[in-house]
Design a protein around this ligand. Structure first.
Ligand code: BTN
Length: 258
């Protein structure tokens, strides 16, 4: 797998910064450790499986051996943390492009950090800030079949191979993901609004009626649009307008995940 990824990325500026682990609790946790020890911008941690894959809001990310792409990238920027808020949507657009180019499938984006295919979750992104670095963790379901997902995900998750009807080459998907993340990581600095416009074009949450879930509280709202940092602009059922940041809120469709 390592050789195959390296050969797909031959000549790429990040090719010598890749660590491939057989098993780890979470590539994000591992990458944060490397970053705090001085690992450079563009250092990549991959694992064949994660025993404690993490998602947003304390959720877990199912990461069985040999079936998904589990990837974390260390990025170092000299900019205000507010601007870094844009990174999660920008990386969702990068992951979407990687799937399109590696498989021809056309996933959409569910705000803020999920890729969806056929109404089910294909990919999740977890961005974590450290002192002087950001770790962007991306998990893509590649070759799972229904029984490979935990029972509670079998109705809401999907893999590339389920959608394509054949196995996918995980090394090729991984290499394309690294390529697109590098283009996004370096490119969004010059043209942030172009990246955000591309994200918004593929984000199916915009224009929908949704539930805003914060802890035990559920409120209903219409999503009018997105601001330049990726926050959602919503109108609540009582007519109040609000800006929803990524932090604590989970956004669901009225009748379920979408
Ligand atoms: C989510 O669904 O809320 C985000 C899931 C992010 C999963 C990826 S897999 C690689 C990296 N390591 C982790 O522990 N999480 C991210």
């Amino acid at each position: 797998m390592f050789r195959a990824i390296q050969s797909c990325l031959s000549g790429h500026p990040w090719v010598d910064r890749i660590t491939l682990l057989e098993s780890v609790d979470s590539t994000n946790t591992y990458a944060k450790k490397l970053a705090s020890q001085g690992a450079p911008h563009g250092a990549v941690v991959l694992a064949d499986r994660q025993t404690g894959g993490r998602g947003r809001l304390g959720r877990s990310f199912s990461s069985p051996a040999g079936l998904g792409v589990y990837c974390s990238v260390i990025l170092r920027y000299d900019m205000m943390p507010e601007r870094l808020m844009m990174l999660t949507p920008v990386m969702a657009e990068a992951a979407r492009r990687a799937v399109v180019s590696a498989t021809g499938l056309q996933p959409a984006i569910k705000w803020i950090n999920d890729l969806v295919l056929d109404g089910r979750k294909l990919c999740g992104i977890l961005t974590e800030l450290g002192a002087g670095f950001v770790v962007v963790g991306i998990g893509i379901n590649c070759n799972q079949q229904t029984e490979d997902f935990p029972p509670e995900l079998q109705e809401v998750a999907i893999s590339l191979s389920q959608s394509l009807g054949k196995a996918v080459d995980r090394a090729a998907v991984t290499a394309e993901l690294i390529r697109q993340v590098q283009l996004a990581a370096d490119g969004f600095l010059d043209a942030p609004s172009r990246w955000m416009a591309d994200y918004a074009r593929h984000c199916l949450t915009i224009g929908k009626d949704v539930q805003l879930i914060r802890g035990d509280t559920i409120r209903y709202a219409h999503v009018d649009g997105m601001d330049e940092n990726g926050a959602l602009l919503v109108t609540l059922t009582d007519g109040t307008k609000e800006t929803v940041f990524t932090g604590e809120v989970s956004v669901r469709g009225l009748y379920g995940y979408l």
